[in-house]
Design a protein around this ligand. Structure first.
Ligand code: SF4
Length: 196
């Protein structure tokens, strides 16, 4: 087939026009494109705002879940930075960006565990049991070791035989309250998970 340069451009132009028209829905192109586009993965998900638990920067995150949150069978399918959060403005560092894997990790601690004296394994206990046990042990230890005055008779109100490690994934108000509770008990050994 003989075709001039001018004729080739005409044919090519017609080809482009046909393709463009097809892409607008006048041919099979639209169906082909649709077949290769994945469904929007955040469709029909529930958005929950939260705070990244890793460090004291406390970036805001949005967690997307599918399922019934009230029944407790929802699954988190995606996490991203909260663009409205004043701390991170939607950004996340690599740790925060990998939060979904942390949440679904098989080794993630989800409930209180206790290793009884002489045992070599941890066993699950209820929150009531854990909180009662912690309160009992704290009270007994404080009663035994609290120092109200030092050797010179100066009031010091120290409790140095127990320490507290607080979490960083919290609000300023909760952190303030945690600090006040710990210090009002006389605790000196008090630090934050973000510094460990
Ligand atoms: S996303 Fe990174 S910087 Fe922000 S709180 Fe989490 S660990 Fe810290």
């Amino acid at each position: 087939m003989q075709i001039s340069r001018r004729g080739f451009i005409k044919v090519a132009g017609v080809g482009v026009a046909v393709t463009t028209v097809g892409a607008f829905g006048f041919g099979e192109a639209e169906a082909a494109v649709v077949a290769h586009v994945r469904p929007f993965k955040l469709a029909n998900t529930m958005e929950t705002r939260n705070t990244c638990p890793y460090c004291s920067v406390a970036c805001g995150i949005i967690m997307y879940s599918k399922g019934d949150l009230k029944k407790g069978d929802a699954t988190i399918t995606h996490i991203e930075g909260d663009a409205d959060h004043p701390t991170n403005r939607g950004t996340l560092c690599p740790k925060g960006a990998a939060l979904k894997d942390f949440i679904h990790s098989e080794t993630r601690l989800k409930y209180p565990m206790v290793r009884k004296p002489g045992s070599n394994k941890f066993e699950r206990v209820s929150w009531d049991t854990a909180l009662d046990r912690i309160a009992r042990l704290m009270k007994d230890d404080r009663d035994k070791n609290f120092v109200a005055k030092n050797a010179d008779g100066v009031t010091v109100n120290r409790w140095t035989s127990t320490g507290m490690l607080a979490a960083s994934a919290t609000t300023n108000e909760t952190a303030w309250l945690t600090y006040k509770v710990a210090r009002s008990l006389g605790l000196l050994g008090f630090d934050n998970q973000a510094r460990v």
